[in-house]
Design a binder for this molecule. Structure first.
Ligand SMILES: [Ca+2]
Ligand SMILES: [Ca+2]
Length: 126
């Protein structure tokens, strides 16, 4: 859940494992579903967080089958940048975002089935 379109209401990001979609909340109880937005194969875990500091939540996923973490930057209402992927080793299953080095920008941490955690510092995500 995140305010994807910046209208001060909480929208829903729905993970379909090979794609995601957004349920935009207009604030009156009406939800509007976007067409599917492509993700990598078998994205087991997904989050929405502002990774580039523009005030709009971006979408990042742990791509189990592809062994990668992928990021799509929010470009405004219902549109996202082309996917940017980073190697994440074998079987990444969980993803989290947090400011791990205290510079105010979010990092990504991705855990694999083997118990390995890869950290992607914000400066490397763009
Ligand atoms: Ca953003
Ligand atoms: Ca940081």
């Amino acid at each position: 859940m995140a305010d994807v379109d910046g209208n001060k209401t909480t929208d829903l990001v729905v993970n379909h494992f090979t794609a995601f979609s957004i349920l935009f909340n207009d604030g009156t109880g009406k939800l509007t579903l976007t067409p599917d937005i492509e993700a990598r194969s078998l994205a087991l875990d997904m989050l929405a967080a502002d990774l580039n500091g523009d005030g709009l939540p971006d979408v990042a996923a742990a791509d189990y089958a592809a062994g990668s973490v992928s990021v799509r930057y929010n470009q405004g209402v219902g549109t996202f940048s082309p996917m940017k992927s980073f190697v994440a080793g074998t079987s990444p299953v969980c993803i989290a975002a947090g400011d791990l080095d205290g510079d105010g920008a979010l990092e990504l941490a991705v855990a694999s089935l083997q118990g390995i955690v890869n950290v992607y510092f914000n400066g490397c995500l763009h």
